[in-house]
Ligand binder design. Structure first.
Ligand SMILES: Cc1cc2nc3c(=O)[nH]c(=O)nc-3n(C[C@H](O)[C@H](O)[C@H](O)COP(=O)(O)OP(=O)(O)OC[C@H]3O[C@@H](n4cnc5c(N)ncnc54)[C@H](O)[C@@H]3O)c2cc1C
Ligand SMILES: NC(=O)c1ccc[n+]([C@@H]2O[C@H](COP(=O)([O-])OP(=O)(O)OC[C@H]3O[C@@H](n4cnc5c(N)ncnc54)[C@H](O)[C@@H]3O)[C@@H](O)[C@H]2O)c1
Length: 472
C-alpha cells in the first residue's frame, strides 16, 4: 500500500452520475480524483442520448414536413443528413472532445486522471495511463464506481471481421446510408431505425423474437411496428443471423428462421449493419474482488439503498442494474453525494433509492413513455389490478392533431391501495404526458384524487381522465 496518494474520494468512470457526484463533492471542498478512460460525461452526451436525439429531432422535422399535404398545403423537401451530422459534430460532441466537460470538473477543484482504473484494495484505485504510467489513490472516505456499459456484440461467425456499427459509429455517420440492416428491437434499434429512415435509408430490422421493445407494454411495440410498416421499415421476426460477410461496400447477412419453426435460410444485404443487441456492464476489469466483493460476474452486484457494495464503496449508473438511463445514473449520483456529505460534512442525508416509479421514454414518433410496472409485471407480482386504456387518436387533441396522432394511454391500478402502479403514454407528446402519470405513481396519488383534477382542454394529457374512467 506504499506510494498511494491519499484523497477524500475517487470516482472511477465519469458518466453522467459520476461526473455529477465528483463535481458536487469537489465543490463542497473535498479532495476528489475523477478517473476516466474515455470522455468525461460518458456515453450519453457523445454516443447516446444527445446525438441520437439530435438525429431524431431532425428526422421528426422531416416527418412533420411530409404531413403538410394532409394538413396545410404543399411543401418541397430535400432532407440532407449532413446538416444533422454537422450539428452532432460541432454542437453536441465538440468533435468528440471533452475539454469543456473536463474543465467544468477541474474548475470545481477536482483532479482528473485520464486512464483505466481498477480496484487494488478496499478504497484503493490504481490507474494505468495510455503512456504506461501508473497512479494509485487511497480514498479516505469513498470510492464511487460509475463504469457504465459497452455494446454487447453477439458471437456471429464473420461479424468481428466486418466494419459493423454499434451506436458509437452510427452517431458519427456523415451521411444516411442507402440501406441499413439492424439487429435488435430495443430502444437503440427503434430510435435509430426511424431516424435514418426519414433521411431516405431503406431499413430492415432483424429480430430474434417477434416484438419490438419487449420491456414495454405489448401494445406499444405493436403500435410502433404498424407505424414502422407504414414508413417502409421492414421487420423480419424470429430470425437468427448465422453469418456476416462484408465486401464491395456491402454487408451480406445469412439468416435462418427459428429452429422450431422449420428454418428457412435467407440472405439480406445492406450498405451498413447496426448491431444493437444490448449492453455489457464494464465491471469485469474493475477487480471487485480486491475490495472483498463477492460477484458472480453476470448479474448486477448487490448494493444497499445508498448504492454501497460495501462500506464506502458505491456503484452507480447502468452497471448498478436498476435502469440503464441517464436520469437513473444522476438520481443515484445525487443519493451517493448526499450520503457521503451526510457522513463526512454533517449535511442532511438524501435518503435511499426507491424503484417503484422509474420512468423512461423511447423517442420514436410517436414517443413511448412508461413508468412503474407493466400490466404483466403487476400480475406477476401478485397484485390485484384494474387496467384503463384509451386511444389518443380518438381524444379531442389527437383528432385535432390529425396526421401522426397514433397513441394510447394505459394505466394500471392496484385495487387494494387505489393508486396507479404503472402507466404507459404513447403519442405525439407521449414523453411529456408521462410526467403527470410518473408523479401519480411516484407520489402514490389515489385514483380518486386524480379523478377530481382539472385537465386543461384540449391537451394531449386530457386523455388521462379518459383512461381513468376506463379502469376495469
Ligand atoms: C444510443 C443510445 C441512446 C440513449 N438514449 C438515452 C436517452 O434518451 N435517455 C436516457 O436516459 N438514456 C439513454 N441512453 C442510456 C444512457 O446513455 C446511459 O444510461 C447513461 O450514459 C448513463 O450511463 P452510466 O452513468 O452508467 O455511465 P456511462 O455513460 O456509460 O459512462 C461511464 C464512463 O466510465 C468510463 N469507464 C469505464 N470503465 C472505466 C475504467 N475502468 N477506468 C476509467 N474509466 C472507465 C467510460 O469511459 C465512460 O466514460 C442511451 C444509450 C445509448 C447507447
Ligand atoms: N430513450 C432512451 O431512454 C434510450 C434509448 C436508447 C438506449 N437506451 C438504454 O440503452 C439500453 C441498451 O439499448 P439496446 O437497444 O441495445 O438494448 P436492449 O437490451 O433494450 O435491447 C436489445 C435487443 O437486442 C435483442 N438481442 C439481444 N441479443 C441478441 C442476439 N444475440 N441476437 C439477436 N438479437 C439480440 C433483444 O431481443 C432486444 O430486442 C436500453 O436498455 C436503455 O436502457 C435508452
Amino acid at each position: 500500500m506504499t506510494g498511494a496518494d491519499a484523497v477524500d474520494v475517487v470516482v472511477l468512470g465519469m458518466g453522467p452520475g459520476g461526473e455529477s457526484v465528483a463535481g458536487e463533492l469537489a465543490s463542497a471542498g473535498l479532495s476528489v480524483v475523477g478517473v476516466e478512460s474515455g470522455l468525461v460525461g460518458g456515453e450519453c452526451p457523445y454516443y447516446g442520448c444527445v446525438p441520437s436525439k439530435m438525429m431524431i429531432r431532425a428526422g421528426n422535422v422531416v416527418a412533420e414536413a411530409l404531413r403538410v399535404p394532409e394538413l396545410a398545403g404543399d411543401v418541397q423537401l430535400t432532407p440532407d443528413f449532413s446538416t444533422v451530422a454537422r450539428r452532432i459534430r460541432s454542437e453536441a460532441t465538440d468533435n468528440w472532445d471533452d475539454t469543456v466537460a473536463a474543465k467544468r470538473f477541474t474548475d470545481k477543484g477536482g483532479r482528473l486522471v485520464r486512464g483505466t482504473g481498477r480496484l487494488t484494495g478496499p478504497r484503493e484505485v490504481t490507474v494505468l495511463t495510455s503512456d504506461g504510467g501508473e497512479f494509485t489513490f487511497r480514498a479516505r472516505l469513498a470510492v464511487v464506481l460509475n463504469p457504465g456499459t459497452n455494446p454487447t456484440v453477439p458471437d456471429i461467425p464473420g461479424l468481428t471481421n466486418t466494419p459493423f456499427w454499434t451506436n458509437r459509429e452510427a452517431v458519427k455517420a456523415e451521411s444516411a446510408p442507402k440501406s441499413l440492416a439492424i439487429l435488435g428491437g430495443g430502444p437503440i434499434a427503434v430510435e435509430l431505425a426511424q431516424a435514418f429512415t426519414r433521411f431516405g435509408t431503406k431499413v430492415t430490422m432483424v429480430l430474434r423474437g417477434s416484438s419490438l421493445l419487449t420491456r414495454e407494454e405489448p401494445e406499444a411495440g405493436e403500435l410502433l411496428a404498424r407505424v414502422f410498416r407504414s414508413e417502409g421499415i421492414k421487420i423480419l421476426r424470429n430470425r437468427e443471423i448465422t453469418a456476416v460477410t462484408h465486401s464491395s461496400d456491402k454487408f451480406r447477412l445469412k439468416m435462418s428462421g427459428p429452429a422450431a419453426g422449420g428454418a428457412s435460410v435467407s440472405q439480406l444485404s445492406a450498405e451498413k449493419f447496426l448491431v444493437a443487441t444490448g449492453r455489457t456492464p464494464a465491471l469485469q476489469p474493475l477487480n471487485l474482488a480486491k475490495a472483498g466483493i463477492d460477484w458472480d460476474g453476470k448479474t448486477a452486484p448487490t448494493i444497499d439503498g445508498q448504492l454501497q457494495l460495501t462500506d464506502g464503496l458505491y456503484l452507480i449508473g447502468d452497471a448498478a442494474g436498476a435502469g440503464a438511463f441517464t436520469h437513473m445514473s444522476m438520481y443515484q449520483g445525487n443519493i451517493v453525494a448526499g450520503h457521503i456529505l451526510a457522513r463526512h460534512a454533517k449535511q442532511p442525508d438524501r435518503g435511499t433509492t426507491e424503484s417503484h416509479a422509474v420512468p423512461n421514454v423511447t423517442f420514436t414518433d410517436p414517443e413511448i413513455g412508461a413508468v412503474g410496472l407493466t400490466e404483466q409485471q403487476a400480475r406477476d407480482t401478485g397484485l390485484s389490478i384494474r387496467v384503463g386504456y384509451t386511444d389518443v387518436a380518438a381524444a379531442t387533441r389527437g383528432w385535432i392533431h390529425g396526421a401522426g396522432n397514433q397513441g394510447f394511454i394505459k394505466i394500471i391500478e392496484d385495487t387494494k391501495t387505489g393508486v396507479l402502479v404503472g402507466a404507459t403514454s404513447v403519442g405525439p407528446a407521449g414523453g411529456e404526458v408521462l410526467s403527470a402519470l410518473a408523479l401519480a405513481v411516484h407520489a402514490r396519488i389515489p385514483v380518486a384524487t386524480l379523478k377530481t383534477m382539472i385537465y386543461a382542454y384540449p391537451t394531449f394529457h386530457r386523455a388521462i381522465p379518459e383512461a381513468l374512467a376506463q379502469l376495469k
